[in-house]
Design a protein. Structure first.
Length: 414
């Protein structure tokens, strides 16, 4: 029986595993390393600054800038890093900072006496005293209800595409006004697709070019740099998730839902505005598919009804991390999870859920610890805090259970 089973091998899962291994815990890490990052279309870039995109190890040895330097590339403030380089960095981190990753898929996690069992896709069953769910964002994709019945031939989520080649020369409508929508639209336009962006907002928001890293002290004091952008509010979200967790639940939920809303990176703006049709201030009211095309009925903010035809709709409409979408948990275990008002699992100060021994990491904890949990930057706080929680939980196990675990790990008794 393992001390800890880490389910997921993205930035959060790998960071948790690195800290757990350094703490001397027996653990197993399951999942395809950096899967969602490796499957993004070529030509995408990290929106976060390179220095805010490190995976976390206790000694801070395996940073993104260290990896880039080894590849002959300098990670500079204000210069976006290609996603494929970040994915390669994550694989390098996994090789150096984490015990060997088991790439098999976990299909079910259930509570059993003394801990948990995980059923793998090939039928093997593993047992652990504690579990850390670091399942990323893909279980939580959000497609507007009006589009869900169209089927994959006509509608897809932006996270579904490892490349966009199938849309060359076709008419595509991208729904959303955030970075995923705008960068996807830019790539489509650049490969020769006829593309438009349809968004409810009346205008697009663009992030500013970041100020220089070195600047007069009074400018830094007025608007400090942080892993989520400049300003004291962003600094609080990025650097003090533990204090954020102490805010009233209603305040946390409101901030998690509204802070750092949809916006495009400064470096994609010139690729979108001259090349992409923008249909802003419109919402899809109905959608009908026939004869290889989709008719979208839209309503403007002032109530005007219009319609358009397109060959495919890409919903860049984000993710909704609710308890009910944690489908790999058994029905009983999922039902035992307490949830907060937005439907996400309730987590304590060390990321432990209401089920003792079951810990959460990543997007699913944003309502508990703030907007940083939507970005790689949040992995550093999460990894150290969560592993301390695991150690505390293991230390509270009844003495007979601890003895059984020690005996199970003793080679002489195997």
């Amino acid at each position: 029986m393992y001390d800890l089973l880490v389910v997921g091998a993205g930035p959060y899962g790998l960071s948790v595993a690195s800290h757990a291994a350094a703490a001397g815990l027996s653990l197993r890490v399951l999942g395809r390393p950096m899967a969602s990052w490796r499957d993004m279309p070529d030509g995408m870039f990290l929106k976060s600054e390179p220095w805010a995109s490190n995976l976390s190890d206790p000694e801070d040895r395996w940073r993104l800038d260290t990896y880039c330097a080894g590849q002959g590339v300098r990670a500079r403030h204000g210069e976006p890093i290609p996603v494929e380089m970040f994915a390669s960095y994550g694989l390098w981190f996994a090789r150096n900072a984490v015990p060997e990753v088991d790439e098999r898929t976990v299909v079910r996690v259930s509570a059993v006496p003394g801990g948990f069992e995980a059923v793998l896709a090939d039928g093997e069953i593993l047992h652990a005293r504690t579990v850390a769910l670091a399942v990323g964002v893909l279980p939580f994709i959000e497609v507007p209800a009006v589009l869900r019945e169209l089927g994959p031939a006509y509608v897809s989520h932006s996270s579904h595409h490892g490349d966009l080649d199938r849309f060359r020369g076709r008419d595509v409508t991208v729904i959303g006004g955030g970075q995923a929508a705008l960068e996807t639209a830019a790539l489509l336009a650049e490969q020769g697709s006829r593309v438009r962006v349809l968004a409810r907002a009346g205008r697009l928001n663009w992030n500013d070019v970041p100020p220089a890293w070195e600047r007069p002290w009074w400018e830094s004091a007025r608007t400090p740099h942080s892993g989520l952008g400049c300003g004291w509010r962003n600094w609080f979200y990025a650097e003090r998730p533990g204090l954020f967790h102490r805010l009233p639940e209603t305040t946390r939920a409101r901030i998690a839902a509204t802070a750092l809303g949809p916006a495009g990176a400064w470096w994609v703006r010139d690729r979108v505005e001259p090349a992409v049709e923008l249909l802003l201030g419109h919402e899809v009211a109905a959608a009908h598919a026939s004869d290889g095309a989709v008719r979208l009925e839209t309503v403007s903010r002032d109530g005007e009804a219009t319609s358009l035809e397109t060959e495919h709709v890409i919903a860049a409409t984000g993710f909704k991390a609710t308890r009910e979408r944690l489908g790999l948990l058994s029905d009983e275990l999922r039902g035992d999870l307490a949830a907060v008002a937005d439907g996400s699992p309730e987590v304590g100060r060390d990321f432990e859920s209401s089920v003792p021994g079951l810990f959460m990491a990543g997007l699913v904890t944003a309502s508990g610890f703030g907007p940083a949990m939507r970005f790689v930057h949040g992995a550093t706080f999460t990894a150290g805090t969560l592993v301390r929680g695991v150690r505390r939980r293991l230390g509270t196990m009844p003495a007979p259970v601890r003895q059984q675990r020690r005996e199970a790990l003793d080679p002489a008794r195997r």
